[in-house]
Design a protein around this ligand. Structure first.
Ligand SMILES: [Zn+2]
Length: 204
């Protein structure tokens, strides 16, 4: 039996494997249950907040990579809209209130690599600064502040992905928008959020 899964999380039957979608997958043998394990996935989010040409970064106070600096962020909860997740993470880790403007990029990392055991998508948002001064009061953080990319060159341990995201967001600041929160014509299911190029869609 591959992986850590031994019993069906729905009905507790011992799991087996089943051909589904062109490959063997861990599955429940009970047809009426129908559980299939497609893999472990997680969604991360992080925010670039720019104020007066400087971007907000925080210093990690916990392992892994304790002491390194990065843009504030974390995991989106399974029942949490992504916009709320990134604004919450920025607020919790830095004390800064900021509001999402657009998506400037994302990283996809296949599980088992540096991204950890789960296959992960890490979405990077640009947020507009609203209020608050950087604070390191959060227990997971031991430093926080606004720095220019030049100043970050003098700070040891600023994560490369964060510097990439900040550079992207600063480019966007010069008039090139990222993917912006948008709407669909007609009803959408609660919990949907969509993002697209070209600005907000005006509905008839
Ligand atoms: Zn089952």
């Amino acid at each position: 039996m591959p992986g850590p899964w031994r019993y069906c999380p729905n009905c507790s039957m011992p799991l087996t494997t089943k051909m589904d979608g062109g490959r063997d997958r861990i599955a429940c043998p009970d047809e009426s249950c129908g559980f299939i394990h497609f893999g472990n996935f997680s969604i991360g989010c992080a925010g670039v907040v720019i104020r007066d040409g400087k971007a907000l970064i925080v210093q990690r106070g916990i392992e892994p990579f304790r002491g390194s600096w990065q843009i504030p962020g974390g995991y989106a909860e399974a029942d949490e809209p992504i916009l709320e997740a990134v604004e919450r993470e920025v607020r919790e880790e830095s004390g800064v209130i900021a509001k999402v403007r657009d998506v400037v990029g994302f990283r996809h990392s296949v599980g088992g690599s540096i991204g950890g055991p789960a296959t992960n998508i890490y979405l990077v948002f640009r947020l507009d600064y609203v209020s608050g001064e950087p604070s390191d009061e959060d227990s997971e953080v031991m430093g926080a502040g606004f720095f220019s990319l030049e100043e970050m060159e003098e700070i040891p341990g600023v994560q490369g992905l964060s510097k990439w995201a900040i550079a992207k967001a600063m480019t966007a600041d010069e008039g090139i928008p990222g993917l912006t929160p948008d709407t669909l014509a007609g009803p959408v299911r609660p919990g949907f959020s969509i993002f697209g190029v070209g600005g907000f869609t005006e509905q008839a």
